[in-house]
Ligand binder design. Structure first.
Ligand SMILES: [Zn+2]
Ligand SMILES: [Zn+2]
Length: 129
């Protein structure tokens, strides 16, 4: 799906149409200066070279792929650009979809890279004969 963006798309404070779920999103967001993703589906758009500068020519859709934790304990969304592959951390906003945020945070636990019953076995001290 290809969309044409108005020249001011992604400018700070500018309302936009989400390229993923097609909802109209107000330009301001509680808890953050720059709204950089859709609060409903959490997808973003690759518009920044540096945070907030809106100077990237890529304009690819950015998929929310994980939750990160900042040193101060604040949650971040990890976005990966579907067009160029760039990965970026973005602050969550006060009106982000909480069910989606929590389901993303739990995703690694739902698909562990090893059998869960091995955790208990490896935590036991070795028994000396
Ligand atoms: Zn959306
Ligand atoms: Zn990109």
């Amino acid at each position: 799906m290809t969309r044409v963006f108005p020249p001011d798309a992604g400018l700070p404070g500018t309302a936009f149409l989400c390229t993923h779920c097609n909802r109209a999103i107000p330009g301001t967001a509680p808890g953050t200066v720059h709204r950089n993703h859709c609060p409903h589906c959490l997808w973003s758009l690759h518009v920044d070279l540096a945070t907030g500068d809106r100077r990237s020519a890529c304009r690819g859709p950015m998929e929310p792929i994980a939750i990160g934790i900042q040193p101060n304990g604040e949650w971040s969304l990890v976005h990966r650009c579907r067009r160029c592959g760039m990965i970026r951390l973005n602050r969550i906003a006060g009106d982000d979809n909480e069910v989606l945020l929590v389901s993303m945070a739990l995703r690694p636990l739902a698909r562990p890279p090893f059998p869960l019953d091995r955790i208990g076995a490896s935590a036991l001290p070795e028994v000396q004969p």
